[in-house]
Ligand binder design. Structure first.
Ligand code: PAF
Length: 281
């Protein structure tokens, strides 16, 4: 496994490797959710690259960026075990040097839900993803369904800028109590960690109602909110949404494939999760 720090060396390495090349962009602090991306990439590509870069431009609060968990040495040993070929781990000023002044913004999709609560977040995500795709030039890039809005933004970015890459989404990996794996889970205390399972329960409750035949968006949102409100471990609910997964428009009538999503504060930690409605888990 080669660890590469500069964009020029990464581009050169990616041009020289056997194709197809799969890229899994990450911010490190790797868990099973990330490893699901690299494993799928390993199955589908001759070469697998992973980027590890905590992108300062997608954090709206400095404190959040500072607190974001980092564990680079452990990340490298996990990636080595998974048979990853290339790791791109640039320092901050390699990606955003002084004078950096070009931003990518996917308007519309970036404004609601997460975008409304975290101004500038998706501008940072879209810009860094565009840069990573340009640097590595992969045939496929792998993203988790857990960040459902990010997935929609990245798909739009690739479509609108005609980037020659296939975006592959990977189902959310969960703990045994349903909590979606996230690097932020490491920030939870023991009681908070136990309380956080309510997030998945609230989504499952909405899905249960939908499975039972309810097709109204508002009753589904209300059901999720009811479950969240019943748990004293929840300090705040930023939103509960039932939306089209591509346009992110809220739905009055909810058909197959809709995305139920929520952002919830457990203590000082903000967690997001979603479920797609329809047959399947
Ligand atoms: O999902 C993430 O970890 C990040 O948003 C990404 C896609 C690596 C961009 O920094």
């Amino acid at each position: 496994m080669r660890v590469i720090k500069t964009a020029a060396s990464m581009s050169a390495a990616c041009r020289a490797v056997p194709r197809p090349l799969g890229l899994a962009p990450t911010m490190g602090s790797l868990h099973q959710g990330h490893l699901a991306l690299t494993r799928r990439a390993r199955r589908e590509n001759a070469t697998v690259a992973v980027s590890v870069f905590v992108n300062p431009t997608q954090f709206d609060r400095g404190a959040d960026y500072g607190a974001y968990p980092r564990n680079f040495d452990l990340d490298l040993s996990k990636l080595d075990e998974e048979g990853v070929d290339l790791v791109f781990a640039p320092p901050e000023d390699e990606m955003f040097p002084p004078g950096f002044n070009t931003w990518v913004e996917v308007s519309g999709l970036s404004q609601g839900l997460e975008g409304e609560r975290r101004p500038g977040h998706f501008k940072g995500v879209a810009t860094v993803v565009a840069k990573l795709l340009n640097v590595a030039g992969p045939d496929r890039a792998y993203f988790g369904q857990k960040d459902g809005q990010q997935l929609a933004v990245v798909r739009a970015l690739v479509r609108d800028l005609n980037l020659p890459v296939e975006i592959v989404s990977i189902p959310t990996v969960r703990e045994s109590d349903g909590l979606a794996m996230s690097s932020r889970n490491a920030l939870l205390s023991g009681p908070e960690r136990r309380a956080a399972a309510v997030i998945h329960r609230s989504l499952v409750a909405a899905k249960g109602l939908w499975d039972a035949g309810e097709r109204g968006g508002e009753p589904l949102r209300a059901e999720s909110r009811r479950v969240l409100a019943g748990d004293p471990g929840v300090s705040r609910v930023d939103y509960v949404s039932v939306a089209d997964p591509d346009t992110l428009c809220e739905l009055d009538v909810v058909n197959d494939g809709a995305m139920v999503s929520t952002a919830v504060w457990i203590g000082e930690t903000r967690l997001i999760d979603n479920l797609l409605l329809g047959p399947g888990p």
